[in-house]
Design a protein around this ligand. Structure first.
Ligand code: AMP
Length: 317
């Protein structure tokens, strides 16, 4: 199945001279790595095509490479490939409706068909794993830099092979990339995991102050004052939320961080077995079964979401 969809994706890539690659807002390493890697793969194999990887730049992910501006692209003649994002509302910087043809490559659950062609595999650890699979099923070339990016996306989204979406395929693809291109791991891990001491202190603050309900729900509201005090930003909690995995007392945990600029509450939710994305979806959020998020406008909505998560932990007792 994957092979036939992969073939169709490559056929479409060959067909179009202008290709735009986009991913979700508030990107993580897998989203950024997959879009830059796919752009560079297309450029390497079809140097005459115009290929753009778009979206707001994120300073902390600069090591993945630069993103492109699209000032004079005729979308009505172009192909759009959206990566790591199930629905159009969360696509960063472009309006998918304007494109001649759209392709989605993703590992988030989604019942709706939103693109003309879709490769969605919920069992994949990451979008980078899917891109690597497509390439390895084809005759397309890779190079060391691209292989490193795909590897980092896999490592980041699987949380170093820790999360349940890690399968033999994940290990096989990571091993194949490493074996084929013999890159050094330490510099890659330095990029992904080096943190300022302020961020580690902020993590200690979270551990110290997280509330744990009798039902096993852990929650903390990170205010703008705390964000300023630790000199972090409202997206920093996303880097830390996985670190609370394996705490015996927690079944589900959620952080709310106030983003003063956007005037909204960013919610990170994680679970050790209770399905949480259906709850996140009720609050206009979404994500994976055990790793979800939402963006909420009011503290009341945050309280309601937290109450729903606590209730689902209670049901599980
Ligand atoms: P995060 O906690 O930001 O790492 O996000 C965990 C998962 O939830 C990722 O797969 C995100 O794509 C997804 N997610 C986060 N925020 C939202 C949102 N507002 N709407 C839909 N999905 C989201």
């Amino acid at each position: 199945m994957l092979t036939s969809i992969s073939k169709q994706i490559i056929k479409k890539i060959k067909e179009y001279n202008t290709i735009v690659i986009a991913r979700h807002i508030g990107p993580d390493p897998d989203a950024i790595a997959s879009e830059i890697a796919l752009r560079d793969i297309i450029k390497l194999n079809y140097p005459n095509k115009s290929v753009y990887a778009v979206g707001a730049g994120v300073a902390k992910f600069k090591y993945f490479g630069t993103l492109d501006k699209i000032d004079d692209v005729d979308f009505s003649k172009s192909l759009l490939i959206v990566l790591d994002v199930p629905r159009f509302e969360r696509v960063d910087s472009v309006n998918p409706e304007l494109f001649k043809y759209t392709i989605k490559i993703d590992h988030h659950p989604c019942d709706e068909l939103v693109c003309d062609l879709e490769l969605v595999d919920e069992t994949s650890s990451s979008t980078c794993q899917l891109i690597a699979e497509i390439i390895y099923q084809s005759k397309l070339k890779l190079n060391r830099e691209i292989a490193e990016k795909l590897f980092m996306g896999i490592i980041a989204d699987s949380d170093r092979f820790l999360l349940s979406y890690t399968t033999p395929k994940t290990f096989n693809i990571a091993a194949r990339l490493l074996n084929d291109y013999k890159f050094e791991l330490t510099p890659l891990y330095n990029n992904l995991y080096e943190r300022g001491i302020n961020e580690r202190r902020f993590e200690s603050y979270i551990i110290e102050n997280i509330n744990i309900s009798e039902n096993g729900f852990g929650y903390i509201k990170i205010t703008d004052d705390i964000i300023k005090k630790y000199d972090v930003d409202s997206s920093t909690a996303s880097n830390l939320v996985n670190d609370l995995n394996f705490i015996k007392e927690l079944k589900v945990w959620a952080f709310s961080s106030y983003d003063a600029k956007a005037e909204l509450y960013k919610i990170n939710i994680r679970s050790r077995g209770i399905v949480i994305n259906e709850i996140a979806e009720k609050f206009n959020g979404g994500g994976h079964k055990f790793a979800s998020g939402a963006r909420l406008k009011t503290e009341e909505e945050v309280n309601e979401l937290f109450a729903s998560l606590d209730a689902v932990c209670k049901e599980d007792n």
